[in-house]
Design a protein around this ligand. Structure first.
Ligand SMILES: *Cc1c(COP(=O)(O)O)cnc(C)c1O
Length: 455
């Protein structure tokens, strides 16, 4: 006799206790350990035979995860994780992410998920207000900055095609600086537009440089949009959004602002001025899974005029017709390249509602302060050299006399010793060191401990 088909779906308190106990323990790590890179051979040997016909004891599987798999995942939420862009979710956001999972919360359409969507939209409104975008602005949460940039620039392209009365055969270009994020370059590939690359001034994309580049170009009318970066990923540099927006308004170009990493600085009074001009954006992206302390994966995508996005992204399938009836309803699915989506904005919504915006401001300011203090220590250290005064929370610096290999060896040893996860980066073709601060639990003692290993 075969077992009941719904045996996996019945309440199972033993399993609940098992997993909740694990989560309780994980949430209490203070600080979270960094953990290690993985060895494929070792991992495969532990996984061998696991996915069989009969299943396994849940406690054994969880133990395998805890002891083997999780140790081979470097913890992005460790205060010693200072590579790439770390992730430092608030406890409230992490916990509410479990609610989103346990309640199978989706955020596809108003018909199905009005409660979740109303809360997500409240957060989008808060961000739009900080950016100074108009009341009509709106959008959706997508999986990341890459998905946000792609979804926004498809709209930019289609709006331009319609305006110019051209089809897919027309050559179109989008103005960017060379520091633009790789996801924007990938987007161009996908949507069939070319990059119009403008040289930066002191590593910043300025309105003046854009105007000059357009004036010198024989076919400026093929340039249909401009992407400004509000916090370059490597160096934390905010482009001249004010200057860029003047050019886009003069020429009727779409203005997209990629604030995936740095957009959170809108909540930090000490740097808010750097973002002036963002209020003119036609589309804006910020990743709460970066500096707004939400868990993976969460990016806010906001349009000045969401109707333009809707015209491009609404999926026409007859079984979906019922979703697109009434005027007031908001279907997040219509504002990006996706259909099914989890209500991934809710962890941030819950945490914001619990802690209030000032707690976010304080935590973001802490990352900015760590960058300034670290920059000062580097300036004061004979064998180190600061490459650029930090604008946000990324600090790039050189260890005088080190080769490419020295940086990589040092980085590996640092991780092996669990002192820090600090990967080298490129600076005009040279290998250098870089810190990305974001976790408010990172201390100057940790930073000093890392810098001492470079002596
Ligand atoms: C991280 C980042 C992206 C990509 O975001 P994902 O969430 O990783 O997809 C895009 N632009 C900038 C400036 C970024 O820092």
């Amino acid at each position: 006799m075969s077992a009941a088909p719904n045996r996996m779906h019945r309440p199972d308190n033993e399993l609940v206790d098992l997993v909740f106990d694990y989560m309780r323990e994980r949430l209490q790590y203070d600080p979270v350990p960094l953990d290690h890179p993985g060895d494929g051979e070792h991992l495969r040997s532990h996984l061998a035979g696991l996915l069989n016909e009969h299943g396994n004891n849940a406690a054994d599987v969880l133990k395998l995860y805890d002891h083997e798999l999780s140790r081979a995942v470097i913890s992005a939420d460790s205060p010693r994780y200072l590579s790439f862009i770390p992730c430092a979710p608030t406890k409230a956001a992490l916990l509410f992410d479990m609610v989103v999972s346990c309640a199978s919360l989706q955020g596809i359409s108003w018909l199905e998920a009005a409660g979740a969507i109303a809360a997500e939209n409240q957060v989008l409104r808060l961000i739009a207000d900080r950016a100074g975008l108009p009341e009509t602005a709106g959008g959706t949460f997508v999986s990341g900055g890459s998905a946000g940039n792609l979804s926004a620039l498809v709209v930019a392209r289609d709006v331009a095609r319609r305006k110019l009365g051209v089809g897919p055969e027309a050559r179109l270009r989008i103005a960017v600086a060379d520091q633009v994020h790789s996801s924007v370059k990938n987007t161009f590939n996908i949507i069939g537009v070319e990059a119009f690359v403008v040289p930066t001034v002191d590593r910043r994309f300025t309105g003046e440089a854009l105007r000059a580049a357009l004036a010198a170009d024989p076919t400026p009318e093929t340039v249909i949009a401009v992407v400004g970066t509000a916090g370059t990923t490597n160096e934390g540099i905010v482009d001249d959004l004010q200057g860029l927006s003047e050019v886009t308004r003069e020429r009727g170009l779409w203005f997209h602002v990629d604030g995936a990493y740095g957009g959170a600085g809108l909540f930090a009074p000490s740097v808010r001025e750097r973002y002036n001009g963002v209020e003119h954006a036609d589309s804006f992206v910020v990743d709460p899974h970066k500096w707004l302390f939400a868990p993976f994966d969460c990016a806010a995508l906001i349009y000045r005029n969401p109707q333009l996005a809707r015209a491009v992204h609404t999926q026409d399938a007859s079984y979906l017709d019922v979703l697109h009836t009434e005027g007031d309803e908001w279907n997040p699915t219509d504002y990006a390249y996706h259909l099914t989506r989890r209500a991934r904005g809710l962890p941030l919504w819950f945490s914001l509602a619990v802690h209030g915006t000032q707690a976010y401001t304080d935590a973001i300011e802490e990352g900015l302060k760590l960058a300034q203090e670290t920059a000062q220590v580097i300036r004061d250290t004979e064998h180190l050299e600061l490459l650029h005064d930090p604008q946000l929370s990324a600090v790039c610096f050189r260890r005088k006399g080190w080769t490419n290999d020295d940086y990589y060896r040092w980085s590996q040893q640092l991780l092996a010793d669990q002192i820090g996860f600090v990967t080298p980066t490129g600076w005009d073709g040279e290998t250098v060191a870089r810190f990305a601060f974001l976790h408010p639990g990172t201390t100057m003692e940790m930073v000093q401990e890392i810098l001492d290993t470079m002596a």
